[in-house]
Ligand binder design. Structure first.
Ligand code: F6P
Length: 556
């Protein structure tokens, strides 16, 4: 079978670089970054990339030497990464199962650029939509667009889930220092009614705008929340209140559904089917970000994304930061046996980055079917992505990172400068970030452990518990300051890393069929949860649970 781009897919594990990497992995033994370093500073320099003056990506604590890196890059070439990058930017339908382009990069392109989808340049439409969003955002922020009673909007509730929530939520929180003068922005995603009720509890419906974000406008959780929030607006303002429609905004690729729901066309903002939900924060989906920080900072975010796009598109593979990160990730997971990947922002404002990347990465590459429809049985695809901010994680799961039996490759994200004025806090934070990646790589051998125990006056019998194996891989991304532009670069970096890995594994990073079965079954089970008939074909365990559920609900 051929792929959409016409070439016969090659067997990944049979190709020469893959075989060479297997051999290299079998020869590596206990050798890791620590041994590869020796005492040379030069390795740090050689294995760091500085794609922009104020962003350093240091791969030197990864278990790669020149030879391994060379073969990893040969694998990237063998898997057609350069061509894949070109295909993405050319708007080719690389999302083969849905017959679509994956052209989120077009959302970040300047007016004078062009990006073709099915023979049409989409850039004019992208900028026309951005201009509408911009006018609306400025209208709300300046007080020109007012609530039904003529007062200013003080609060915005963004209702969406998955890509219609995680990106806007993460960015809005990360850019907190840039929030000035606009309404407060809240996010509701879960169909657990607690999410909506606890959010609305503190708000005044006469001062609140509800922004319903859903690419499809049929997602059950979002529509359930949207209907309830709309009812709350109607109750609080009066059904016939003139201007009530200004309290409701819709963002969707399906305007008809939004208008049917009750949004007016002037407050309905579009996106396109060639933008995947988890890649959509750069589109109208980011309207809540813009409402919080204003259009100028939103534009800076896009600019940062664009800069990373340019780097990704035009930089040779050996200097290309997303490509290197992707290939080193493949080395760790496919050849050295790592199953997970930890994202460790030493930056409180990036608290939600791990959750954001869980969708970006796991919904993209958590697949076991190749582009050509065949099953993947001979290798692993996307890792489990997880993480938490430092230093909190140190007091929770770092024990396992340092001394557990599993190797967990990690990304440390560190800002050189803070925005809060508590310099000493920041210095301590950064020292911890550096110390953790240092400890993970350097470890502590038996002799050193014994010396520590003796010095502390403890029984030497516990010395073995104080050994750190070391050689636990990590990448450090050090940036000058978490500006909107820097954040844009970081997000685009991860998007491209994910794309490269997906291409190497030969999966479609842009569909998400794996979320469908559960959705269908939930619809079938809802009547049973509500007391109706239990589906005859439900499995015995589910029927058993439904039995107990009904018993408990009837006595509630
Ligand atoms: O269920 C998965 C998913 O389709 C995600 O890919 C998407 O981001 C999310 O649901 C929300 O979808 P929508 O924006 O259409 O409501």
């Amino acid at each position: 079978m051929t792929t959409s781009h016409g070439s016969e897919p090659k067997a990944l594990t049979a190709c020469v670089p893959w075989q060479q990497l297997r051999l290299l992995a079998s020869q590596i033994g206990d050798k890791g970054a620590r041994e590869m370093f020796g005492s040379e500073m030069e390795r740090a320099e050689r294995l760091s990339r500085v794609p922009f003056e104020d962003l350093v990506v240091d791969f030197s604590k990864q278990p790669v030497d020149d030879e391994i890196l060379k073969v990893l890059l040969a694998l990237a070439e063998e898997r057609g990464i350069s061509a894949a990058i070109a295909q993405m930017f050319a708007g080719e339908p690389i999302n083969v199962t849905e017959g679509r382009a994956a052209l989120h990069v077009a959302l970040r392109m300047p007016k004078h650029a062009s990006a073709m989808v099915e023979g049409e340049d989409v850039i004019p439409a992208v900028h026309a939509m951005r201009a509408r969003v911009s006018a609306f955002v400025e209208g709300v922020r300046s007080g020109a667009i007012v609530a039904a009673d003529g007062g200013a909007f003080t609060d915005v509730v963004n209702i969406g889930i998955g890509g219609s929530d995680l990106g806007p939520r993460m960015v809005t929180e990360a850019l907190a220092p840039y929030v000035t003068g606009g309404p407060r922005v809240h996010f509701v995603s879960n169909v657990d009614g607690w999410d909506l009720t606890s959010t609305l509890a503190g708000l005044d419906p006469r001062r609140t705008m509800v922004v319903v974000v859903s690419k499809t406008f049929i997602t059950q959780e979002t529509m359930t929340n949207a209907h309830a929030a709309h009812a709350w607006l109607v109750d609080g303002n009066g059904r016939d209140a003139e201007g009530l429609e200004r309290h409701l905004v819709a963002v969707t690729a399906c305007e008809k559904r939004a208008v049917h729901f009750g949004a007016v066309p002037s407050q309905t903002f579009g996106m396109w089917d060639w933008v995947g939900g988890r890649y959509s924060l750069w589109s109208s989906v980011g309207i809540s970000i813009a409402l919080a920080v204003g259009m100028d900072y939103f534009d800076s975010l896009l600019e940062g994304g664009r800069e990373m796009d340019e780097h990704f598109r035009h930089t040779p593979l050996d200097k290309n930061v997303p490509v290197l990160a992707a290939m080193i990730g493949i080395w760790n997971s496919n050849f050295l046996g790592a199953h997970t990947h930890a994202v460790l922002p030493y930056d409180e404002r990036l608290r939600l980055m791990p959750a954001y990347l869980q969708q970006a990465d796991m919904e993209s590459n958590g697949k076991s079917t190749r582009l050509d429809g065949s099953r993947i049985e001979d290798t692993q695809t996307g890792p489990v992505v997880w993480g938490a901010v430092g230093t909190n994680g140190q007091h929770a799961f770092f024990q396992l990172l340092h001394q557990g039996t599993r190797t967990v490759p990690a990304d440390f994200l560190v800002a050189a400068n803070a925005d809060h004025g508590l310099d000493k806090h920041h210095e301590i934070l950064v020292a911890h970030a550096l110390a953790q990646s240092q400890a993970l790589m350097v470890g502590r051998d038996a002799a050193a452990a014994r010396a520590v125990v003796e010095e502390e006056g403890d029984d030497v019998s516990i010395a073995s518990h104080r050994i750190f194996g070391g050689n636990r891989p990590s990448t450090t991304m050090l940036y000058k300051r978490l500006t909107p532009q820097t954040l844009g670069r970081l997000i685009a970096f991860y998007e491209h890393k994910i794309f490269v890995q997906g291409r190497v594994w030969g999966v479609n990073s842009f569909d998400q069929w794996g979320v469908e079965l559960g959705k269908t079954l939930a619809k079938e089970l809802l009547p049973a949860v509500q007391g109706g008939a239990v589906p005859a074909d439900a499995d015995a365990s589910t029927r058993h649970l439904l039995g107990h559920l009904r018993r408990m609900r009837s006595k509630a």
